[in-house]
Design a binder for this molecule. Structure first.
Ligand SMILES: [Fe+2]
Length: 311
């Protein structure tokens, strides 16, 4: 399927109690650009992306505020809203002019587990630029991953209602599902859902220009004092490189590069057994994925489920 109503992942919005510290970390170290700030809100852009922002931070109790997705036109916004209404999806608000930074036109819903999703079109585009050779800052937002205590139910919601497709899965040796990588365009995954003890943010991933920039970025974050919880390595599913760090608020954030672009007509989803070392770490440079490493990204229970953020 290549004519989905959802075109891409635009941004992630998170609330954090240590707002100033988190904001400073993302600007000074992670390499995002603050393009707008108002009381207790910070909008951060990636220099390589035309999205007006790719991360919104809000000062509050820790939670996921929302995931923002792009839609191509107002006609598609209405088609998607009509479809979701017909399927009894719970709305936060109907299609309307969006008054927040970047503007646009769109609506918000709760997904099957209560995560808040925004769909928008016609928002302002930012003047982006090419990331320079060896410049260790993100080019764009790559993907957003959620933990779910009911993996297959959560993933199926995105298939049924938003026409996402499972590109690949990670499975236990007994065949049980561990993680589904899901696409809404030829990028191998824009979201993924991992099995966890509760619903929460698993990680946010930022795409670097290439291997050199990804490696320089990883070194820069290590020198900032942040802890790398897993990496550097290269996954089999998605073929992307990975280096996972913990932000000051305890959210897992990833520098990645070279995520696979799939030929949607011919792509066959694989089920990768996680007990094969090469599944998670083709190069053999990352520590073995263990229960302890996995626990690092369980994160705190998301307090934002079925609670719309105030903005
Ligand atoms: Fe990732």
């Amino acid at each position: 399927m290549t004519d989905r109503l959802v075109s891409h992942l635009r941004y992630a919005a998170l609330a954090v109690p240590n707002f100033e510290e988190e904001r400073q970390f993302f600007v000074r170290h992670w390499g995002l650009t603050e393009v707008h700030a108002e009381d207790g809100l910070s909008y951060l852009a990636a220099e390589g992306s035309a999205e007006p922002f790719i991360l919104r931070l809000r000062a509050d109790e820790k939670r996921v505020d929302l995931a923002g997705f792009g839609v191509r036109s107002r006609a598609d916004i209405h088609a998607l809203a009509d479809k979701l209404h017909a399927e009894d999806v719970q709305f936060v608000h109907e299609p309307q002019e969006l008054t927040g930074f970047g503007g646009g036109y769109g609506f918000r819903v709760f997904d099957g587990d209560g995560r808040v999703l925004e769909f928008s079109t016609g928002y302002e585009q930012r003047e982006s630029r090419k990331i320079r050779e060896r410049e260790p800052i993100p080019a764009k937002l790559s993907h957003m991953v959620f933990n779910s205590s009911d993996l297959n139910r959560s993933a199926q919601w995105y298939v049924d209602h938003l026409e996402f497709t499972i590109s690949d899965s990670l499975v236990r040796p007994d065949g049980g599902d561990m993680m589904h990588f899901m696409r809404c365009n030829p990028n191998h995954h824009s979201i993924a859902i991992a099995t966890g003890p509760h619903h929460s943010l698993h990680h946010l991933s930022f795409e670097m220009r290439g291997i050199e920039e990804w490696m320089r970025g990883s070194g820069k974050i290590l020198r900032s004092g942040a802890r790398m919880i897993w990496g550097p390595g290269r996954h089999n599913a998605g073929d992307n490189t990975f280096a996972y760090f913990l932000s000051p608020a305890g959210n897992t954030i990833e520098y990645t590069t070279e995520l696979a672009v799939v030929d949607e007509e011919n792509w066959q989803a694989n089920r990768h057994d996680i007990s094969h070392l090469s599944t998670q770490d083709q190069w053999g440079t990352a520590a073995e994925m263990s229960e302890l490493v996995a626990r690092e990204s369980f994160n705190d229970i998301d307090k934002g489920l079925f609670v719309a953020p105030p903005v």
